[in-house]
Design a binder for this molecule. Structure first.
Ligand SMILES: Cc1cc2nc3c(=O)[nH]c(=O)nc-3n(C[C@H](O)[C@H](O)[C@H](O)COP(=O)(O)O)c2cc1C
Length: 165
């Protein structure tokens, strides 16, 4: 898919078909995420891919976006590894770039996805459910699957958010 078309066409998808997602597509999305830029190239992101319904159900109970986690066949939990972190703010910026790469890679492969942050209020519970190493700090969950309906969203005019000097 043309790069600008992908960037401008991606929308959060919150309704999914009951159709399994091919693992090679998930791996491609993880690869795209992993190729995000990071300060000092420290690659602070870590991933847990969740396919099992039982685990998704446990996570779903931790957020008002639970219906999405139940419906989407794939969830990817994204973490920051404190052991490699050198500057918290920059590392979280890098992980933001990594998540956007992941969303775009899903979109380019005909899948829909959504970045779920509301669940962050329960980050310790997510870390316990997923049994991650102690140095992994939960940052966000991405739900993904074949879209049942396209998302829609708008943006303010560019002039409102840009100053030229
Ligand atoms: C940091 C962050 C947290 C988000 N948390 C949630 C969430 O908990 N639930 C949800 O449905 N969408 C969540 N979203 C998706 C946003 O609502 C969405 O990106 C925004 O409304 C713009 O829509 P678009 O992605 O379709 O362009 C989150 C997005 C970001 C970047």
């Amino acid at each position: 898919m043309d790069c600008m078309k992908a960037l401008l066409g991606r929308r959060s998808v919150r309704h999914y078909l009951d159709r399994p997602v091919e693992m090679d597509k998930v791996i491609r999305a993880l690869e795209a995420a992993h190729w995000a830029p990071s300060g000092k190239n420290n690659q602070p992101w870590r991933f847990v891919v969740i396919c099992e319904m039982d685990i998704r159900e446990e996570l779903a109970k931790l957020t008002i976006s639970g219906r999405i986690i139940r419906e989407a066949p794939i969830a990817v939990a994204v973490f920051m590894d404190r052991d490699v972190s050198y500057h918290r703010e920059k590392d979280l910026q890098a992980i933001g770039a990594c998540i956007e790469n992941m969303l775009l890679a899903f979109h380019c492969q005909g899948l829909g996805s959504v970045w779920l942050g509301e669940i962050l209020k329960n980050k310790e519970k997510v870390e316990a459910i997923l049994k991650v190493p102690a140095s992994w700090e939960f940052v966000a969950l991405v739900s993904a699957g074949y879209p049942a309906s396209e998302g829609s969203s708008d943006r303010r005019p560019l002039e409102e958010v840009t100053i030229w000097r």
